[in-house]
Structures are given as structure tokens and as C-alpha cells.
Write a protein that binds this ligand. Structure first.
Ligand code: OAD
Length: 269
């Protein structure tokens, strides 16, 4: 099947689906300039996760961990959502039954949703539908290591000394990045919702993830075992490619805007 035909087929499946779970990974933000984790220039090529992204690393050297997350926060703050983030935000706002679930911690789905909300002026329900579920947290927030209070990070942090690291306004305990580290459990409420959405979905649209980190990687299988379909968009094959109903070898920006632009029940793609 040629590429254009595959894109049309994907648009048709999406248009016919009543409920759609969009599952994204680092690849959707690659064309915004955010590095992925496992690619040739990926973060895990040059950094050891166990030194930077584990509770043990933070207990050992919170300053080093904060320095790394500050570097990543500055990096994503300098990037903008790309046409794939925007197209998904618009689609989630304008067609009922679509939710975006992301493994990304870069806040770009959320920014795209806020920017689209400025343009489209959705009602509260539509705006909520475009707000992504963030499975792995966000580098744009911190969380208290004691009382668990979450705070947005808006100003630069001084990570030069342990004494200057951010502290909770309420209880004065050390703050930590509000991200899920290796060895930590995902938020059970978000995980429950993710599995529920995967079960209910007629279509799981998987964009830009290597599909190797569990339990997220099993969500497309949940959709399929409940009778739904899976479409993958990724320039490289992944472990999901063999079982996906349709796998498009394309980047997110090449494929997503065209596929999601067709409104549900609208004109033929
Ligand atoms: P990975 O870096 O493992 O995979 C990124 C995927 O995006 C790869 O399959 C690429 O082929 C694909 N890709 C690259 N450029 C693309 C583009 N322009 N359009 C579409 N796809 C593209 O990132 P994730 O799968 O998101 O967890 O990684 C999952 C988790 O592992 C991350 O959330 C992170 C990491 O360890 C934590 O930090 C907890």
C-alpha cells in the first residue's frame, strides 16, 4: 500500500472511530527540537538514567539531579508545539471521544491545547478533553518530597549549591522535579484512566514512541483485545509495528495534521 493510500486509510479509520486514545512519546516533540531518549542523539545515549532519573540518584545528589532537570526545562521552554501537537489539540477539542495520553514531560501538548483554546474558545468540557493526561509528569512542575504539594516552575532555579535548591513554601522540605523516575510507580489514578481509555477505544493512535517502556507499551494491546484498532506513526519500526493494524513510516508532522484534520462524519479524506 502506497504512503498516500495509507494516510487516507488512517484518516478514514480515525473518522469512523467513536472513541480514540492518542498515545504519544518523545518522537512527537522531536520536530519541535526536544531530544528523544533512545535515538542516535537520544538523552540516554549520553546520560545514565540511574545517575539522574532515580529516587536513589536524588537522595545521593539532589543538586546534580536538579541541574539536569533545569537544563531540560530551559530546553523545552525554548521549544514550541509543532503542527502535530496543534492538530491533536484541535481534534480533541472539536470531536467528542478523543483523549491524549502522553509519556512526555515537556508540556508541549498542554501548550498546544492552551494556544488552540485561545483561538477556538471551547466550552469547559471541550477544553478539558484537549488537556493531556501526563503519565510521566512534567519538568515544568516541582513536587514536595514531604507533603507532596505540586508547584509550577516559572522562574529559573539556582542549582549551584544544595542550600539554594527549591523548598516547599508550606513545610520547607526539599522540592523534587514532578516526574516519574525509574523504579517509581506511575500515578495510579492516571494509570487506571489510561487502561480504561484503552479498553473503551475503537482506535489507539500511537505516535512517536519506541513502545518499550511498560506498562504504557501494553495499552495498544488492550485496545486490540477489546476489538479496537491500532495505528502507529513512527519513522522507524518498533515492537508494535508487527501487531498494529496500520503502521505509517512517517514523522509526526508529516502524518498527524493530515490524518486528524478530517472531521468526524465529514468529507472523505
Ligand atoms: P524514545 O526515545 O524511546 O522513542 C522515541 C520514538 O520516536 C522512536 O521510536 C523514534 O523512532 C520516534 N521518532 C523520532 N523522531 C520522530 C518524529 N519526528 N515523529 C515521530 N516519531 C519519531 O521515547 P519514548 O518512547 O517516549 O521515561 O520513551 C518512553 C519513556 O522512556 C520516556 O517517557 C522516558 C524514557 O525513559 C521516563 O523518563 C520515565
Amino acid at each position: 500500500m502506497g504512503e498516500v493510500r495509507e494516510l487516507r486509510e488512517a484518516a478514514r479509520i480515525l473518522k469512523d472511530a467513536r472513541s480514540v486514545l492518542v498515545l504519544t512519546g518523545a518522537g512527537i516533540s522531536a520536530e519541535s527540537g526536544v531530544p528523544t531518549f533512545r535515538g542516535p542523539e537520544g538523552l540516554w545515549r549520553n546520560h545514565r538514567p540511574e545517575e539522574l532519573a532515580t529516587p536513589e540518584a536524588f537522595a545521593r545528589d539532589p543538586r546534580l539531579v536538579w541541574e539536569w532537570y533545569e537544563w531540560r526545562r530551559r530546553l523545552v521552554e525554548a521549544c514550541d508545539p509543532n503542527p502535530a501537537h496543534h492538530a491533536l489539540a484541535r481534534a480533541a477539542m472539536t470531536r467528542p471521544g478523543m483523549r491524549i495520553l502522553t509519556q512526555n514531560v515537556d508540556g508541549l501538548h498542554d501548550r498546544a491545547a492552551r494556544e488552540e483554546a485561545e483561538r477556538l474558545r471551547p466550552d469547559a468540557e471541550q477544553a478539558a478533553a484537549a488537556t493531556p493526561l501526563e503519565l510521566h509528569g512534567s519538568v515544568l512542575r516541582a513536587r514536595c518530597t514531604s507533603c507532596q504539594e505540586r508547584v509550577p516552575l516559572t522562574e529559573p532555579l539556582d542549582t549551584s549549591h544544595r542550600d539554594t535548591l527549591p523548598r516547599c513554601d508550606g513545610c520547607r522540605a526539599l522540592l523534587r522535579p514532578d516526574v516519574v523516575w525509574f523504579g517509581e510507580a506511575l500515578d495510579p489514578a492516571i494509570l487506571d484512566e489510561a487502561f480504561h481509555l484503552a479498553e473503551e477505544a475503537d482506535l489507539c493512535l500511537v505516535i512517536g514512541t519506541s513502545a518499550v517502556v511498560q506498562p504504557t507499551a501494553s495499552l495498544p494491546r488492550v485496545t486490540q483485545s477489546n476489538g479496537g484498532r491500532v495505528i502507529e506513526i513512527n519513522p522507524e519500526p518498533t515492537p508494535l509495528t508487527m501487531t498494529a493494524d496500520l503502521s505509517l513510516r512517517a514523522t509526526a508532522v508529516e502524518a498527524v495534521p493530515g490524518i486528524v484534520a478530517a472531521p468526524r462524519g465529514g468529507a472523505e479524506a
